[in-house]
Ligand binder design. Structure first.
Ligand SMILES: [Zn+2]
Ligand SMILES: [Zn+2]
Length: 203
């Protein structure tokens, strides 16, 4: 089976996983897991679980301050999986969703999505957020709001705690920051965009 960097179809641009890393390229992984501990040896909490680098000011990130988003975003980009989502091409279906909502419609859509996906502990935690297909999913992976496990180690909120309105509001701001960076020309008002053809497998 070919395992090289072969191009895959649109929907699966990469084999993505939360514990991927490429430390020499500055792409780390801060998520503690048995798998990584076995592979690289036990590392201190908060350091890269592959190379041990300490790059994130966790105390500052976990203040969850909407006025300090630029710093938080910089920190997030040290992690391989997040970095991917800050830079990868956004698929057409995901872009269309954003255009239909418009910039003005997105805050509500983001909040609703956050409440349903991560507001309380999800029975299939870690799998509730698809990799592609909506700008909301991209934003969630990029900002570590994709599942409760990621929210716990990045943002310091225990998995079994129901998110408060303030916490949801902070994550909404973080997701909107992502959308503004990735789709700076998005119009304020939503407008109709025809659906993609089924044969594209991206509708
Ligand atoms: Zn590393
Ligand atoms: Zn996650």
């Amino acid at each position: 089976m070919a395992t090289g960097p072969k191009k895959r179809p649109e929907l699966m641009p990469l084999k993505l996983s939360c514990d991927q890393s490429d430390c020499e390229q500055g792409l780390h992984c801060f998520h503690e897991s048995k798998k990584l501990a076995k592979q690289y040896g036990k590392k201190d909490r908060g350091s890269c679980q592959a190379c041990g680098a300490t790059l994130v000011d966790w105390e500052r990130v976990q203040r969850r301050d909407s006025d300090d988003l630029a710093h938080t975003v910089n920190a997030l980009k040290h992690e391989s999986i997040r970095h991917h989502y800050w830079h990868t091409e956004i698929d057409q279906r995901a872009k269309n969703y954003a255009v239909r909502k418009g910039r003005d419609g997105l805050p509500h859509a983001v909040e609703k999505r956050l409440r349903s996906a991560v507001g309380t502990k999800h029975s299939r935690d870690g799998r509730q957020t698809p990799w592609t297909g909506s700008i909301l999913y991209y934003a969630q992976h990029a900002t570590a709001c994709c599942c409760r496990k990621c929210i716990e180690y990045w943002h310091g909120i225990p998995q079994d705690q129901t998110l408060t309105d303030d916490q949801i509001g902070y994550f909404r701001d973080l997701c909107l920051h992502y959308i503004d960076e990735r789709m700076p020309d998005l119009e304020r008002a939503g407008r109709h965009v025809p659906g993609l053809r089924r044969t594209d497998k991206s509708d």
